[in-house]
Design a protein around this ligand. Structure first.
Ligand SMILES: Nc1nc2c(c(=O)[nH]1)N[C@H]1C(S)=C(S)[C@@H](COP(=O)(O)OP(=O)(O)OC[C@H]3O[C@@H](n4cnc5c(=O)[nH]c(N)nc54)[C@H](O)[C@@H]3O)O[C@H]1N2
Ligand SMILES: Nc1nc2c(c(=O)[nH]1)N[C@H]1C(S)=C(S)[C@@H](COP(=O)(O)OP(=O)(O)OC[C@H]3O[C@@H](n4cnc5c(=O)[nH]c(N)nc54)[C@H](O)[C@@H]3O)O[C@H]1N2
Ligand code: SF4
Ligand SMILES: [Mo]
Length: 727
């Protein structure tokens, strides 16, 4: 018996006529998968496949990567610059010269009338590193505004801040290979199988070879929680209490690595005094994890030969996001788990090039992890760019989450948005709408003309996307990957790299301009020179070597054959004294919490099929087929009490606004919580509060309070739900 084989046709992979495969790197998440795009005889992109000999993904791709070639023919792309005098007019098509002249003139007008910082720039984590470096040169060295930041403030700012506080510098110290060595994995506020499917697959491969405990901390029973050995369904926003308590048990039971603490850290006594207060019994009352489980996890972690923690937005998007990251670093420092195989504190980054902007964009400082606050750094970069060091501000300006409110107060009059869509991704979008309406001049530079923010723009600049251009991305494990140019951008869309250097020309005559290289590779050579001898050393890399090795991890010193998998392996940190800091972190409960008027926690995040505000994935057939509709996860017991049925529409209200959404009943969320993917326009971010972390200014997207009721008019609600998914 051939199990039905005789009756069935064998599975055939459709021949789409690929004549050539082109190497590049996936442009969605920060995993950094090597991908090949198949071109047919006419040069059309018709297929994508994983690259077998790439260390990151070893031939695999997730669903977004598999359909990535479809991006090139997706609808809604910008094909020519657009302009209008006021938001109330329709856009008219124009050419690049007029659009860039207008943008340059408006920047100059606003700056001369209201001051240099009255024009702000907000960028992204999704353009190439060479583009970030060039934008930084333009923002810091030509336009000269200090109000320049990126959407990474919505995403990675807490990790950056936490790494700087603990280790003296940003930079995730570990790598994916650590899964092969670790004896205990603690994953906090990360839904790896959906958000970083290929990192998750690497973890599964490691587990198949060798069993080690996996502990997942998440208030939801995510896919990750379902495969864990221990799931800690934590009370939202209280991870810091759990982490302090784990440290308490480790010190109390003498499980800490005293030799490591003495040799490589300072601040132990103050730290020990603080965690003394976080005994498991008291901690359990706040974080909702019982005392015995806290003790059990602390012992598992401290007794493992090597233990590692990974985390993502469940930690970062909180009012104590930065403290949460420092607390993770503390846990790893006291157990000697930094810089050793399987022992690390690895922030899983988000966007394809979230790391590139941290390293090179000059958003929070100057390129190559340099600081505006340092005179030596200002002088070095000014000399390299051939400009006057006095042109630089002496401390960093506003974060993204402060720039938008500064528009409301009139401090900022003009804004340039590069590859970010705050009308859908910022908290409290009804307020963002009013904010954008107040601008005297808004320029939107995006690959898609139908991006929601464009409704408010005076000038729209159509950008090339992903492999329509060339450059590098840095992934979660500090691996610099090459995006090769595979295909031409549509019509008159241009690479961001080109747009930045053309806009710079509009300032010629105003002041001495730095040199803008003609090609991304030229900018890469500048970055190599600026990085030589620093922790963030690129000087041993070249495009050819990166492609050949399928990515190289920094630091990679001049002449080196390959990169470096881990930071701090020698126990030397970037603080002036070479030591890491143990920092005491008192927990202050300052979230908006559920109460009698607004009795539910509102949690938000992502699904595997969609990327962010869906400007890309919302137009790709197969991704929409699997995840077509905005929905809310709600607990069936809570729904029954409110008379809400599965598949019906509910209305949610917070102190900011309201939204209607379809209900999916599932025990995945506890009784007092609703979870909504944030991909859909006019949905969850109409409700969110986004209180800011004091160190990182990152919004607490994951925590606010709402009430829920059946939508009074189901037919109207269905229409609103359909509009939120329309493209
Ligand atoms: N498919 C897909 N993949 C993506 C993206 C995408 O849009 N789509 N975006 C990329 C980007 S930019 C990012 S930043 C990452 C995000 O990746 P993740 O952070 O893994 O994804 P999220 O779904 O935002 O949130 C993760 C989990 O945090 C939990 N959480 C909420 N509150 C708390 C809390 O108080 N404590 C703890 N411990 N957990 C909590 C939520 O329940 C959720 O399950 O994904 C990247 N990958
Ligand atoms: N409620 C809630 N809100 C959240 C989150 C959450 O978990 N919950 N997560 C937050 C996080 S972690 C993040 S990272 C943000 C993301 O928020 P956004 O950055 O606003 O979201 P995207 O949809 O990725 O926007 C990127 C834009 O860049 C465009 N683009 C893509 N590639 C290119 C390119 O090469 N050049 C140019 N010029 N444009 C390009 C895309 O078309 C898109 O319009 O959302 C945040 N908002
Ligand atoms: S895991 Fe991330 S990088 Fe890899 S194919 Fe999927 S979206 Fe792309
Ligand atoms: Mo993100």
């Amino acid at each position: 018996m051939l199990f039905g084989r005789k009756q069935k046709n064998p599975i055939k992979i459709a021949d789409v006529g690929v004549t050539k495969w082109e190497y590049t790197t996936c442009g969605y998440c920060s995993t950094g998968c090597s991908i090949e795009v198949g071109l047919d005889r006419q040069g059309r992109a018709v297929a994508s496949r994983g690259v077998a000999d790439a260390d990151v993904n070893r031939g695999k791709l997730c669903i977004k990567g598999i359909f990535e070639h479809e991006l090139f023919k997706s609808s809604g792309r910008g094909t020519t610059p657009l302009m209008r005098d006021s938001r109330l007019q329709a856009f008219r098509e124009t050419n690049w010269d007029s659009a860039l002249d207008k943008t340059g003139a408006e920047i100059k007008r606003i700056q001369s009338r209201y001051g240099r910082d009255a024009f702000a720039i907000i960028s992204t984590g999704q353009i190439m590193t060479e583009e970030f470096y060039t934008l930084g040169k333009l923002a810091r060295g030509v336009i000269g505004t200090n109000n320049y930041d990126g959407n990474t403030t919505l995403c990675m700012a807490s990790s950056v801040s936490g790494y700087k506080r603990s280790f003296g510098s940003d930079g995730p110290p570990g790598c994916y290979e650590d899964f092969e060595h670790t004896e205990c994995l603690l994953a906090i506020g990360s839904n790896l199988p959906e958000q970083h499917p290929i990192i998750y697959w690497r973890l599964k491969m490691a587990l198949e070879k060798r069993k080690f405990p996996v502990i997942v901390v998440d208030p939801r029973v995510t896919m990750f929680a379902q495969m864990a050995d221990v799931h800690l369904a934590i009370t939202p926003g209280t991870d810091l209490v759990l982490l302090n308590s784990l440290a308490h048990v480790i010190l109390k039971e003498d499980l800490a690595d005293r030799a490591y603490i003495d040799a490589h850290t300072n601040g132990f006594d103050e730290f020990a005094a603080l965690v003394e207060q976080y005994d498991p019994v008291s901690a359990s009352r706040v974080c909702g994890i019982d005392a015995d489980t806290i003790r059990h996890v602390a012992r598992l972690y401290a007794k493992a030969g090597a233990a590692m923690t990974i985390w993502t937005m469940g930690i970062n998007q909180s009012t104590h996001g930065s403290d949460g990251v420092v607390a993770i670093n503390n846990l790893n420092l006291i157990t000697g788990n930094i810089g050793k195989p399987g022992g690390t504190a690895l922030s899983i980054t988000g966007q394809s090039n979230a790391m590139g902007t941290r390293e090179w964009s000059s958003c929070s400082g100057l390129p190559g992890y340099r600081y505006l606050e340092s005179e030596a750094d200002r002088k070095e970069v000014a000399a390299f760019w051939g400009i006057d060091a006095e042109f630089f501000p002496k401390q960093r300006g506003m974060f993204m989450t402060d720039i938008l409110p500064a528009i409301e107060t009139g401090q900022i009059k003009g804004l340039w948005l590069v590859a970010t869509n705050p009308m859908t991704s910022m908290p409290n979008t009804p307020r963002i709408r009013k904010t954008l309406e107040k601008l005297e001049f808004l320029v939107v530079q995006d690959a898609y003309r139908d991006v929601e923010t464009n409704e408010y723009a005076h000038v729209y600049l159509p950008a090339a996307v992903w492999a329509e251009k060339e450059g590098v991305f840095t992934n979660t494990e500090r691996r610099v990957n090459l995006v090769r140019n595979v295909i031409r951008p549509p019509a008159d869309a241009k690479p961001d790299f080109w747009i930045f250097s053309q806009l710079a020309k509009r300032f010629a005559g105003e002041r001495k301009l730095p040199h803008f290289p003609e090609t991304p590779e030229g900018a890469f050579e500048e970055m190599k020179q600026l990085s030589k001898g620093r922790m963030l050393d690129y000087s041993g890399m070249s495009y050819a070597k990166i492609e050949q090795q399928r990515g190289m991890q920094w630091p990679c010193t001049e002449g080196a054959d390959s990169g470096t998998p881990r930071l701090y392996s020698d126990g030397k940190f970037q603080h002036a004294d070479g030591k890491a800091r143990l920092i005491p972190l008192p927990f202050i409960d300052n979230n908006e919490r559920p109460d009698t008027d607004y009795p539910f926690w509102l949690n938000s995040g992502r699904v595997v099929e969609h990327f962010h505000t869906r400007t890309r994935t919302g137009k790709i057939g197969n991704l929409n087929k699997f995840s077509p509709t905005p929905y809310m996860e709600m607990n069936p017991d809570a729904a029954r009490a409110l008379g809400i049925a599965h598949g019906s529409y509910a209305r949610l209200a917070s102190r900011r606004g309201d939204a209607v959404v379809m209900v999916q009943l599932t025990q995945r969320v506890p009784r007092d919580m609703a979870f909504i993917p944030f991909h859909f326009h006019e949905c969850v971010n109409r409700l969110t509060l986004g209180l800011l972390d004091p160190h990182s200014r990152q919004p607490a997207f994951k925590h606010c309070a709402v009430k829920i009721e059946p939508a009074p008019d189901q037919a109207a609600a269905a229409r609103i739900n359909a509009a939120a998914r329309a493209y």
